[in-house]
Design a protein around this ligand. Structure first.
Ligand code: AHR
Length: 341
């Protein structure tokens, strides 16, 4: 019997026993609101437990939508979705619940990289493959997860740095002193670690780039505004804002405008953003944001490919990188109308 079929048999038997005990009814499965008792009616469906970080950004909402549309009943899946509301402890709880329900696959986006060894070992011991989505984990034993699907965050950071270098050169400012502030997302997350490392590696090649501060703004608009306000009060001469997602960028733009300053292609402050959501791309089109480094949230199809590979009894690759581009005023029209998020 295949691994999944064995687990399904155990899951059905245990749930069936509970249902029979509780209701005295026949072997029909049911859904209810309690996460521990959600079970599929149709045994041919592949059961996938997904632990999402939360809904901190437009990007995250698009990522959730991609998962929910991919893992539908029509596509042969039974999705158990949990929103961890930005808390690692909620993610650990969700993972344990998926393990006790003996789901076929666990998919999760770890809020930070550290602290997963124990729960991933529990999933491994239960024979449940874990696929990481978007962010990565820092574990001693890499066999604790099967595959990772996401962005090359370090390359995203390098793209931001390379764009800035080219832009300053084009403007004849290549030899000028440039003061940079950075709004970072969630501390300890893969996206922050990668984007910071990538941007810093390019900055290290430019003696006259001064990174004045890297402030933690947690990927949210409210924190982006708050931290930008503080930096505007602290530093007189900010030339560049690197904001590690569009939500924080919107907060920063508000703070800059309220301080009576201008941004973008014709403005005083150069703005570099990440994600490339529709509303931010519109600001690129208007010339208010100079450049947006795409981070692709549509990862459902990539994850499904991993699951299909395993269902066919084949070995999945360890890493799958999603496709991404860089958008400025020059090429933003090619994407803006079709952007769904
Ligand atoms: O990990 C991806 C990042 O997380 C996106 O850039 C951000 O918007 C999200 O919250």
């Amino acid at each position: 019997m295949k691994q999944r079929a064995k687990r399904k048999f155990r899951l059905i038997s245990s749930v069936l026993a509970v249902l029979l005990l509780l209701s005295g009814c026949g072997p029909d499965f049911k859904e209810d609101n309690s996460q521990d008792t959600v079970t599929p009616k149709d045994d041919s469906l592949i059961v996938v437990g997904v632990s999402q970080i939360g809904s901190e950004s437009v990007w995250r909402t698009a990522n959730t939508a991609s998962i929910q549309s991919t893992f539908s009943k029509e596509n042969g899946y039974f999705l158990i979705f949990d929103n961890a509301r930005q808390k690692q402890e909620n993610q650990i709880k969700a993972l344990r619940s998926f393990i006790s329900q003996q789901v076929d696959y666990i998919v999760f986006s770890p809020i930070v990289e550290d602290g997963w060894d124990t729960v991933l070992q529990e999933a491994k011991d239960a024979g449940i493959p874990v696929i990481l989505m978007d962010r990565n984990v820092n574990v001693k034993d890499e066999s604790l997860y099967t595959a990772w699907v996401g962005s090359d965050f370090t390359e995203e950071g390098r793209r931001a740095g390379r764009w800035l270098s080219g832009h300053l050169a084009e403007e004849g400012r290549g030899d000028e002193e440039v003061n940079i502030v950075v709004l970072q997302g969630t501390n300890g997350s893969t996206s922050v670690i990668g984007r910071t490392k990538g941007f810093d590696s390019v900055a290290a090649q430019h003696d006259r780039w001064n990174i004045l501060e890297q402030a933690d703004a947690d990927f949210t608009t409210a924190k982006g505004k708050e931290e930008m306000n503080k930096m505007l009060q602290k530093y007189e001469d900010i030339d560049v804002v690197v904001s590690q997602n569009d939500d924080m960028t919107f907060g920063a733009l508000e703070a800059i405008q309220e301080a009576g300053m201008t941004t973008g292609t014709e403005g005083e402050i150069i703005v570099i953003s990440f994600d490339a959501t529709k509303s931010a791309l519109e600001k690129v089109e208007e010339g208010i944001i100079n450049v947006d480094i795409e981070c692709n949230p549509e990862q459902g199809a990539y994850i499904e490919k991993v699951i299909r590979t395993m269902e066919n009894g084949e070995r999945a690759d360890k890493e799958y990188f999603v496709e991404e581009k860089v958008f400025t005023k020059k090429n933003v029209d090619s994407v803006i109308d079709d952007r769904s998020y």
